[in-house]
Design a protein around this ligand. Structure first.
Ligand SMILES: Nc1nc2c(ncn2[C@@H]2O[C@H](COP(=O)(O)OP(=O)(O)OP(=O)(O)O)[C@@H](O)[C@H]2O)c(=O)[nH]1
Length: 293
């Protein structure tokens, strides 16, 4: 079992470190196909008494004249069945199977294991800890993730182990109140960590990409690491602002060789977009097969 997992993990590492982009670019954006599992409601900033929107990008598309993702690009669009399968990974199978593993700063303190990792980074206060807390809501009591209105609270790399599946890494924020060791710890981790399968660069849906976000977007591009934009707090943005900010993200993404073509839109408050992001995490960590890929 372990052997099998290690082989699979090595396979994924090899693919994702070398021809990762080819694999991820197999998704076909097909705006005319009727959305699978799409709910009828539109994104709303006011109502919380509704079920979460599964695929916020698709809900926004009819309100925008141009394709939010060009037709030549790619859409991660798992079936309902695949999404439900992926969600099981985010629920503890037994007490402690999803757990806070350790806080670390430098290379020698990092956990040693054969687990794939995904990291969450972004401006201070963008909602990194809240997003991880929401993704793992079923394990919230064990994880005890702290969120705060005060920017710059996460000072070290926090590792959360998700069974034998993968680890999620909550990283210190850049910008206001960022720790002095950011380059030696966070940037070095991103540049050198072999277990890292995907870095999620979080951008505030209401504020959009700040000059600092653009700087780090370009920095990650220079690191040759695969990353993906997650727009957070979409419940706080009116639709027109969200679309404007999304278009700006897409313009940057179009110039990039390492950023995944499809941004993910999420709200940790309403739950919009979380199930899709869970499925994507399950996919990039090698824990989920998608039909036809
Ligand atoms: N409305 C809304 N508020 C959010 C959302 N996500 C986070 N917040 C709020 O934004 C603030 C910052 O959230 P955190 O998750 O602590 O942000 P962080 O990026 O981890 O912050 P640092 O650790 O300081 O870098 C908190 O007050 C959260 O309640 C969201 O999706 N919607």
């Amino acid at each position: 079992m372990l052997n099998c997992f290690c082989k699979r993990f090595n396979f994924i590492v090899n693919i994702q470190r070398s021809v990762h982009s080819d694999l991820l670019r197999n998704f076909v954006w097909s705006p005319n196909i009727s959305p699978r599992g799409e709910q009828s409601q539109t994104l709303s900033t006011t109502s919380n008494d509704r079920s979460p929107v599964l695929h916020p990008l698709k809900v926004l598309q009819p309100h925008v004249a141009v394709p939010l993702i060009p037709e030549s690009s790619h859409l991660f669009d798992p079936s309902n069945e695949e999404i439900i399968g992926a969600q099981k990974i985010f629920i503890p199978m037994q007490k402690g199977s999803i757990r806070f593993l350790k806080a670390a700063l430098y290379t020698e303190q990092l956990p040693e294991y054969d687990l794939p990792e995904v990291a969450f980074i972004g401006r201070s206060n963008v909602g990194k800890s809240s997003l991880i807390k929401a993704l793992f809501a079923a394990a919230d009591e064990e994880l005890k993730i702290r969120t705060s209105k005060t920017p710059g609270q996460t000072k070290t790399l926090h590792f959360f182990q998700v069974g034998d599946f993968f680890s999620a890494v909550d990283m210190p924020g850049y910008g206001h109140n960022m720790p002095a060791h950011f380059i030696d710890s966070a940037e070095k981790f991103l540049k050198t960590r072999r277990n890292l399968q995907m870095t999620f660069l979080l951008v505030d849906g209401k504020i959009g990409m700040t000059p600092l976000d653009v700087k780090y977007f370009e920095t990650f591009e220079g690191f040759n690491i695969h990353f993906c934009i997650v727009m957070t707090k979409i419940d706080k943005a009116v639709q027109s602002i969200l679309v404007r900010n999304l278009m700006s993200v897409i313009r940057h993404r179009e110039k990039s060789s390492f950023c995944f073509p499809q941004p993910f839109l999420c709200s940790s408050v309403t739950g919009d977009g979380l199930a899709l992001l869970q499925a994507f995490i399950a996919y990039v960590t090698g824990n989920m097969q998608i039909k036809g890929l």
